[in-house]
Design a protein around this ligand. Structure first.
Ligand code: HEM
Length: 120
């Protein structure tokens, strides 16, 4: 039961990634199509637009959310693969602990770099 909750979280993370990547593709690469549909976002890839986004706290939060969901999903998936190696309980606890620590470290470092980039 508990395992299926972690698995559901991982799938939810994948859904969030699909939503954020779709948003990215729509805004950054399908501006022409959006324009035809009546939504003119201007030149989203102009240097001034890039600089403005680089100071936007919403963009910063979205980056951190993406970091969190990609890390959880990727590391949970990797854990699943590594647990296939053996059924040993000690191996399971060790792998889970190591990946948990790696995830926390990557999240803290990634968030630090993101916040520094946006506010520095
Ligand atoms: C839009 C992006 C993504 C979607 C929709 C997606 C979706 C999925 C789904 C549906 C599964 C199968 C889960 C299951 O049935 O147990 C899966 C597994 C997995 N994903 Fe993703 N994923 C995405 C991105 C990523 C990224 C960026 C990574 C790596 C950083 C990643 C790493 C993995 C791993 C390692 C597995 C486990 C594979 C296995 O058990 O053989 N995925 N993903």
């Amino acid at each position: 039961m508990r395992e299926s909750i972690w698995w559901t979280v991982s799938i939810a993370c994948a859904v969030v990634m699909v939503l954020l990547l779709s948003l990215h593709m729509g805004i950054m690469h399908l501006a022409g199509l959006l324009n035809v549909l009546g939504l003119n976002l201007g030149d989203v890839r102009a240097f001034s637009a890039v600089v403005a986004r680089g100071k936007n706290p919403v963009q910063m939060v979205v980056y951190v959310i993406f970091l969190a969901v990609a890390l959880y999903h990727g590391l949970y998936g990797l854990r699943g693969i590594l647990l296939e190696v053996t059924q040993n309980r000690r191996w399971e606890v060790t792998i889970t602990g190591l990946l948990f620590l790696a995830g926390i470290a990557a999240f803290v470092y990634g968030t630090y770099v993101t916040v520094k980039t946006f506010t520095g």
